[in-house]
Ligand binder design. Structure first.
Ligand code: NAD
Length: 401
């Protein structure tokens, strides 16, 4: 069986290497440079070793392409393209639409189309199927299903194999074939009654995280005015064996999922006449954290950051990955620069970002820790500046949330 995977990013490449053990995989991406890099056996994401990519390429089980015609003889097509927000923060299905165009124009025999991209309930039924049909020259009769991705790049304990996977087809046959496909490399498959339930479950999982992160961020501010440690309080609450789940404060949420997916849920709620007050508010509280961090740093530094050299430590949105999408560091840096600070950043995992390179971990007036990668030593952070503000809770004995 040949599997075409549209989009070779965090999700698509991860699924590609797992599927390569059992299927012939062609990874389709519109990014020519990325495709060339993958065909040279170089992985661009954490969690996918280049050596594994090379092994499957050598065995003739994996290749990458930008040519739509290379997916023509696939038996299964998986969609794993971005689902961002538009400038006015509405769901942006343009990449899904483009992927559907590629499938419609190139796949001329009936196949199973599985969507792994995160989107609102109804996307498979009302957008993907009609779009592929629109771009197909003839009526083909593909099967359609959804299996939302839950991969957490950089995570060691849960991966494609041991993370339970939800799925549902538009028809029983689509569900069955989807189960067959994933059961080779995923231990636990959970069928739900409709694609809409699977789509909604994925959005709710990430909304649950966003709302709880907002709550703990708000609590961090309350704990600060009360003069108690937020971390000690959370650890104390966490001794309750039921009914509590610990989330930790931060300078804000980042990545492609948590700051984005809840807006998909809010948008579909509002389209149906329901205000998504809680979801919108959580987003605001999280976005506000960057300003709060800079306010605290400014207050600790005689009320002015003018001309101060500030080193932001860790600009990836979470530890041990190079992913800077929606990173809270961006807003923190923006607030700092508006207040006259001279900002540089240190993050050797990210290395280059927005035309700037990772600076030395030393010599600043002020250091603000946004993300602490494992390979950055606490001692080095402590020596980087006379004043340090930590938003991670990992650096002992300094100011922080
Ligand atoms: N990153 C995660 O941790 C994660 C986890 C779960 C779900 N998701 C969801 O999975 C989807 C993909 O996310 P990602 O993180 O893999 O994105 P990504 O940005 O890492 O990768 C997407 C890839 O798709 C390519 N692409 C875009 N449009 C294309 C098109 N029309 N044809 C071919 N290739 C195209 C891009 O060049 C890029 O390489 C999103 O819906 C996201 O919300 C992501």
């Amino acid at each position: 069986m040949k599997v075409a995977i549209i989009g070779q990013g965090y999700v698509g490449l991860t699924i590609s290497v797992f599927a390569s053990e059992f299927y012939e995989v062609v990874g389709f991406d519109k990014n020519q440079r990325l495709v060339e890099q993958l065909n040279r056996g170089i992985s661009h994401i954490e969690g996918v070793e280049s050596s594994v990519l090379q092994r499957w390429a050598k065995a003739g089980r994996f290749s990458a392409t930008t040519r739509g015609s290379d997916i023509a003889d696939a038996d299964i097509v998986v969609i794993a393209v971005p689902t961002p927000l538009t400038n006015d923060r509405q769901p942006d299905l343009s990449h899904i639409e483009a992927a559907c165009k590629t499938i419609g124009e190139n796949v001329t025999k009936p196949v199973l189309v599985i969507n792994e991209s995160t989107s609102f309930p109804g996307t498979l039924r009302n957008y993907i199927k009609p779009a592929i049909e629109k771009y197909s020259a003839t009526v083909i009769g593909h099967l359609y299903s959804i299996s939302p991705e839950r991969v957490d790049p950089g995570r060691g304990d849960y991966n494609q194999k041991n993370t339970p996977r939800l799925y549902a087809g538009l028809t029983d046959e689509a569900s069955e074939k989807t189960r067959d496909f994933y059961s080779r490399f995923c231990d636990q498959l959970v069928e739900v009654s409709s694609p809409e339930v699977a789509e909604a479950a994925k959005l709710f999982e990430n909304t649950f995280r966003q709302v709880n992160i907002a709550l703990v961020n708000e609590f961090a501010r309350i704990a600060n005015v009360l003069g108690i440690s937020v971390y000690e309080t959370l650890d104390a609450a966490d001794t309750k064996p039921y009914g509590f789940m610990k989330f930790t404060p931060s300078a804000g949420v980042g990545g492609h999922c948590i700051p984005v997916d809840p807006t998909y849920l809010a948008a579909v709620a509002e389209e149906n006449g329901l205000p998504a007050t809680f979801i919108r508010l959580a987003n605001e509280v999280n976005l506000e954290m960057s300003r709060y961090v800079v306010d605290r740093v400014e207050a600790d530094n005689k009320g002015s950051l003018q001309g101060k050299s500030v080193l932001v430590i860790g600009v990836a949105y979470k530890p041990n990955v190079a992913d800077v999408r929606e990173t809270a560091a961006e807003l923190v840096i923006e607030h700092l620069r508006k207040r006259g600070a001279v900002v540089s950043w240190h993050d050797d995992v990210v290395a280059t970002w927005q035309g700037e390179s990772s600076a030395a971990l030393s010599g600043a007036d002020i250091a603000i820790v946004i993300t602490k990668h494992d390979d950055v030593r606490e001692q080095e952070i402590l020596a980087s500046a006379p004043y340090i503000f930590d938003t991670t809770g990992k650096i002992k004995g300094v100011k922080g949330l």
